[in-house]
Design a protein around this ligand. Structure first.
Ligand code: ASP
Length: 325
């Protein structure tokens, strides 16, 4: 039987109603007791480093989760992290960079409805997460949700209410859970780690373009951010009006990186397809996210900045867990 550590962090799965709406209050022991089958698959210990709606989870919490996993790495065969769904894809991406090449599975799950309700996806997701975690072939960072196993660098929350809340963007699901067993669609490469990282630079800003946006936002960006992600339209670019190009040029010539990505959910950027993007390609430190999710783009920048400072192009384009194709 596998030894698995449950790391409970809050979220809807652990929430009960308050006068102002749901808030996390259910203990990890209560979570486990709601799914007795888990005890048949694994010996489980629990920790609860924090108990938050995931709207409140920040890069410091990602570092804390990586630290809990590193400190307990030798003692357990795998880790199940229960987490709110709202920022779970960010946490999954961040853990994919902070803990690389893990031969032991690190599985995130949560639910759209609390475990204390009768009509809930919580029990199924929790059971599937433990069953997947107990599988001999499981390794690395994944989200298990609604019967699908999704790579940590590829997940996105794409529905706010339905049980199939997460999608794997531009990459197949790794496996599907059937009767408590994973059926694999993708075999990942043999893990060569684990390698743990301990620093993130959270001064990454995502600028979502809307028609008519003022380039004055760069007054703030110049003063406060280490790297910029521009969530642009379609395959990527910047408006010709309003001095955007000059402000971007000034930003990157100050030694900082700007990564262009797209607001469109699938198929990624192609910055040189149109002149509005192609003319930016000659600028130093202007990169594009290609097929990466926004969540992975943000987390990868936060992970790379403390290691490389401004010149991160080579490391940014080097794939980690199929994050960029
Ligand atoms: N607001 C909740 C959270 O992210 C939503 C959920 O867990 O489904 O913590």
């Amino acid at each position: 039987m596998k030894n698995i550590l449950l790391i409970a962090t809050g979220g809807t799965i652990a929430s009960k109603p308050t006068q102002q709406g749901l808030a996390p209050s259910i203990t990890p022991a209560e979570l486990l007791s709601s799914v007795p089958e888990i005890a048949e698959a694994a010996r489980v210990a629990e920790v609860q480093p924090f108990n938050l709606d995931s709207t409140n989870i920040r890069p410091a919490h990602w570092l804390e989760l990586a630290r809990v996993i590193e400190e307990n790495y030798a003692a357990y065969d795998g880790f199940v992290v229960t987490h709110g769904t709202d920022t779970m894809a960010y946490t999954a991406a961040a853990l994919s960079y902070l803990i690389q090449g893990s031969p032991k599975p690190i599985v995130l799950t949560g639910s759209q409805r609390s475990v204390y309700l009768r009509d809930t996806d919580a029990r199924r997701n929790l059971a599937d997460a433990f069953f997947y975690c107990a599988d001999d072939a499981a390794a690395g960072v994944h989200i298990v949700f609604d019967g699908n196993v999704i790579l940590g660098t590829r997940a996105k929350k794409t529905r706010t209410k339905s049980f199939n809340a997460f999608s794997s963007i531009d990459f197949p699901d790794i496996a599907v859970m059937r009767d408590g067993k994973p059926f694999y669609y993708v075999r990942e490469e043999a893990p060569k780690g684990p390698v743990f990282y301990h620093a993130l630079d959270e001064h990454v800003f995502v600028l979502k373009l809307i028609p008519g946006l003022s380039a004055e936002i760069f007054d703030y960006l110049d003063a406060h951010c280490s790297a910029l992600v521009v969530e642009s339209f379609g395959t990527g670019g910047l408006p010709d009006y309003g001095g955007f190009t000059e402000r971007l040029e000034r930003f990157v010539r100050s030694g900082r990186t700007a990564v262009f990505t797209t607001q469109v959910e699938r198929e990624g950027s192609a910055l040189d397809k149109y002149e509005v993007g192609g003319r930016l390609k000659g600028l130093p430190r202007v990169l594009e996210a290609r097929s990466m999710t926004l969540e992975a783009t943000v987390a990868k920048l936060m992970w790379l900045l403390p290691q490389c400072g401004g010149d991160i192009a080579e490391r940014f384009y080097a794939p980690v867990c199929f994050d960029i194709l």
